[in-house]
Design a protein around this ligand. Structure first.
Ligand code: GTP
Ligand code: MG
Length: 256
């Protein structure tokens, strides 16, 4: 008790992504280290304290407390992916600085076995668009002043144990195409009204909801570098013969 009263601020990692992608399954795997538990669709966020060793080389399977290895602790925050419950994740993105929260990275889990279905791709990309746009605005709105620290994003292409899963490369290109389509659709209202970008008075409003390089034809994740946002796409699987989540764990460890 005395120890928990020291109010140390733990760096946190936000787990987001559409419903059913496997966030909670992944969360319980990291928490339990060997096998994930069965899950139900999440309705509230939940946090787990996890740790990597000082050099960020330890596996999620290692119990660092038991081995006595000095560890870097962090909080993993699992959020619900249902369309009506995404405010929980948005709040976390905006909570930086409040209650001493230090958000270090965002892991966006997608279902690679379902993403070739148009509705799944549309829903997944719409959610990702909103997450990335929030991160972009966080940087863009601070342009004049001191730039905030960078928050990188990992798109974890999950369920690649299933035969119908798309490989990471295709998950990436499909998402980029769909994000580009969303970008066009969202800016269309403005263009149809006959208001050109030049007429908008420029300044902070210019392309406010435009993700990535302003006015570009195609969307690429690389365009977010301009806003100091690194997006990586890595395939893996929480279930299957054995979990393949080490790349995700390593990515997280490097961002802490
Ligand atoms: P919400 O809480 O609704 O946002 O969903 P979630 O992202 O937390 O999904 P959850 O972890 O509950 O997993 C949904 C379903 O996918 C469960 O039936 C899991 O068993 C299954 N699942 C998760 N990961 C994998 C995987 O890597 N492979 C396979 N085949 N199934 C998986
Ligand atoms: Mg869940």
């Amino acid at each position: 008790l005395a120890q928990s009263a020291t109010y140390t601020v733990l760096p946190s990692v936000l787990l987001t992504g559409p419903s059913g992608a496997g966030k909670t399954t992944l969360h319980t795997l990291f928490e339990r280290r060997t096998t994930p538990s069965e899950t139900h669709t999440s309705q509230t966020p939940s946090s787990t304290e996890l740790a990597v060793n000082e050099s960020r080389t330890s596996s999620y399977r290692e119990d660092l407390d038991a081995t006595g290895a000095t560890a870097a602790r962090f909080l993993m925050i699992d959020t619900p992916g249902h369309g009506k419950l995404r405010h929980f994740a948005y709040e976390r993105l905006g909570a930086e600085g409040i209650q001493g929260v230090k958000l270090k990275a965002v892991v966006f889990v997608v279902d690679a076995a379902a993403i070739s279905e148009p509705e799944v791709l549309a829903d997944t990309a719409a959610y990702l668009y909103d997450i990335l746009l929030r991160l972009q605005k966080r940087v863009a709105s601070a342009k004049s002043g001191k730039a905030p620290y960078a928050i990188p994003v990992l798109v974890a292409a999950n369920k690649t144990d299933l035969f119908m899963a798309l490989p990471g490369k295709l998950v990436k290109s499909n998402l980029e195409k769909e994000l580009g389509r969303i970008r066009k659709t969202r800016s269309k209202g403005l263009m149809d009204s006959g208001v050109g970008a030049d007429d908008l008075g420029g300044g902070a409003d210019e392309g406010d909801d435009w993700l990535g390089e302003y006015g570009s034809e195609e969307f690429k994740f690389e365009q977010l570098r301009e806003f100091d946002i690194d997006v990586a796409v890595e395939a893996g699987a929480v279930l299957g013969d054995k979990p393949r989540v080490d790349k995700w764990w390593t990515w997280i460890g490097e961002k802490l």
